[in-house]
Design a protein around this ligand. Sequence first.
Ligand SMILES: Cc1ncc(COP(=O)(O)O)c(C=O)c1O
Length: 298
Amino acid sequence: MSQTTSVVMQQTVYLNGEFLPMSEARISTQDRGYLFGDGVYEVIPVYQKKLFAWQEHLQRLKNSLQAVSITNPLTDSEWFKLLSDLIDRHDWQDQFIYLQVTRGIQMVRDHMPADCLTPSIYAYTNPLKPLAKDVVENGIKLVSLEDIRWLRCDIKAITLLPNVMMKLAAKQQNTDDAVLITRDGFVSEGTASNLFIVKDGALFTPPNSHKILPGVTRIVIEKVATNHHIPMIEQELTLTDLQNADEIWLTSSTKEALPVTQLDGKPVGTGQPGAVWQLMRQHYQTYKQAFIADYNQP
Ligand SMILES: Cc1ncc(COP(=O)(O)O)c(C=O)c1O
């Protein structure tokens, strides 16, 4: 049995009111999540068994549910309890939770959602691993691709087919990921991450809009940058800005900040993970340690 399979088999998941082994979890073929991709999700990092940036993740979940008119099925404290129970059922100190809410089961397939559906809730957790040594030492390679997604990328929707297609296209071009360029010629983000550049010691990132997901890691980076007097400027960026950048980073809850060392086959800055990224990585770890030490359950 492969290591991945044995990890999966130990996992307990939450599905619609019960905790059960992942191998026993079943959903209806008529769930609108399955038929239409009609649902939203969150990915939440857990450090030392504590939910990180919980209020920000919860708020984004509520925003996503509201944007697609799915009734929020639980109260804030019920969400917290559900995820805390899930965390406690696993030994891993650092984890990441996948949580998804779909509109629910509708026996007759119809684009129009029926009234009074009961949302389906599914959550599972995985061990959260630190960045691979190779990535820390050498960074990752990006290709620029047209952003083929819809115009509500601010909603964390489970409908991720364009992201999957762009990730595959990046792999076909022997790169690790893609930086996406919207139809109006501006940089949006990565296929599953936000994007930052460093130029002359300052951080630049595209402003929140319907074109990007409002990343929670992006908020944390902003806090850490402010605490350490690193200027952070929200501004539209072009591919030329990326080509002239000293550093490029991709940020997400499971990766924190990833250094990008190659873009479209050319080195970014020196071609090595940059000095500001190294500094941010240290400050980010310190921020996490302080979060663990000062943790107060909401
Ligand atoms: C498209 C996209 N943008 C940005 C992010 C980063 O969001 P966060 O920092 O909240 O993980 C993600 C995370 O999965 C994403 O899928």
